[in-house]
Design a protein. Structure first.
Length: 227
């Protein structure tokens, strides 16, 4: 794809590439990814769970329209089932839904992709990875808390650049949707269709979600987790 992956635009702070993506474009990309997941979850004859939604797997065309790629971990499931069985954990540390690495948190379903999508949306707003290799792994869980704090205390979201009121509204909308999507209990997460509706709706109509208290396992822990 002409513009490569989303990852280089939101993770590489030393690059000038991220200056090409304003808040309007980031919001459009978030909406486009949600539409792609909506198609996978309910639009196909056989529904598809991707299991590896992350910035690296989102490719951008010449107009920066997103395309979901890398279906190596994807799994098909009949449209008459809302849950899916798995024999081992799938995904990338930092984006794996809690129920994927431990059934104590619920059943694996399309809501597992929603979790990954939500974490990616928060990264798009925060301009940083939710897991940093140079940060000791005890602090990884606080990435969603860091984002939540900015929303809760109405702090400036510009981070690396100034924002207009319209851009600030877009960023807050993305944060709220992202935080809903990473709720620990899958039941409390929206479907991707609902997340799309929230992104395209009015900010004033969105409720602030509960504070997240659990994150995806770290790279150090993921290899030791078994079903």
């Amino acid at each position: 794809m002409p513009n490569g992956s989303l990852e280089k635009f939101i993770h590489d702070q030393a690059s000038s590439d991220n200056s090409q993506l304003g808040w309007k474009k980031l919001h459009e990309i978030a909406v486009g990814i949600a539409r792609g997941l909506e198609y996978l979850h309910i639009g196909c004859n056989t529904w598809i769970l991707h299991f590896d939604i992350k910035p690296h797997n989102i490719l951008l065309d010449q107009d920066f329209s997103p395309k979901i790629s890398d279906f190596g971990l994807a799994k098909l499931f009949p449209d008459n089932r809302s849950m899916i069985s798995m024999s081992h954990m799938r995904g990338t540390p930092g984006y794996i839904a809690p129920e994927v690495y431990s059934r104590n948190f619920g059943q694996v379903s399309h809501k597992s992709d929603v979790y990954s999508y939500g974490m990616m949306i928060l990264e798009m707003v925060g301009w940083r990875k939710n897991i940093e290799a140079e940060v000791d792994h005890t602090s990884e869980i606080y990435f969603p808390h860091w984002i939540y704090k900015k929303l809760e205390f109405d702090e400036e979201l510009g981070l690396h650049r100034s924002m207009s009121n319209e851009e600030n509204e877009m960023a807050r909308k993305m944060i709220i949707v992202g935080l809903w999507c990473i709720q620990t209990n899958p039941v409390n997460r929206p479907t991707i269709m609902k997340a799309l509706e929230m992104l395209e709706g009015d900010l004033a109509s969105l409720e602030i979600p509960p504070k997240p208290y659990l994150s995806s396992p770290s790279r150090l822990d993921a290899s030791s987790i078994t079903d």
